[in-house]
Unconditional design. Sequence first.
Length: 238
Amino acid sequence: MANPQTMIDLRDVSKTFVMHLQGGSEIPVVRNVSLSVRQGECVVLGGASGAGKSSILKMIFGSYRCEDGTILVRDGGEQVDVARAAPRRILELRSRTLGYVSQFLRVIPRVSALDIVAHSARMSGTPDDAAIARARELLAQLLIPERLWTLPPATFSGGEQQRVNIARAFAADRPVLLMDEPTASLDAANRAVVVDLLAEAKSRGTAILGIYHDEDTRRLVADRVVDVSVFAASGSAS
């Protein structure tokens, strides 16, 4: 891709947890995080458990607020500072720009797997028929048996739930993907599917920032590895 744009740009970002139920004690997580991710690039966050990798992803997604620094996410022709954006603006980013795979599937109870995945596509403007077709394609690609598609994922195994989580992230063609250990509970066959989905997304110009503890997956997807340990603060938490 000629002259790829920077889609994620963190500048001197710091995060501290304040324990209000423990006399206001503070737990520093990361300090002065600076990194960027361009279109068509997969950057992997490395470092030991507890270094703050997941916290960085959650700050970019707007689930955590940071005390200092700037978190710029490109939304079309605009750069949005997630650290200072209003909640409504962050929701807009999530609907059309930011995809996120967490370590756990959080969905409305009693909604079927097919509807969960299709809804993600609808949120980005995909027509209903195309959204359902895309959901079916992804669930099949991720080896979810068709007999489960009409059931709520609460009845699924952990690995099946994570595959629904992954399908939901890829259902919409969002230009930025945040991946928090997406392959942790998957077998080798499904890890390979996720690697293929990531490669396809990169070829479309998607900017990907992720955490992958599986060395084989990391080797296959990473363009660069950023060692978060250099930003870790004393007493950090993930």
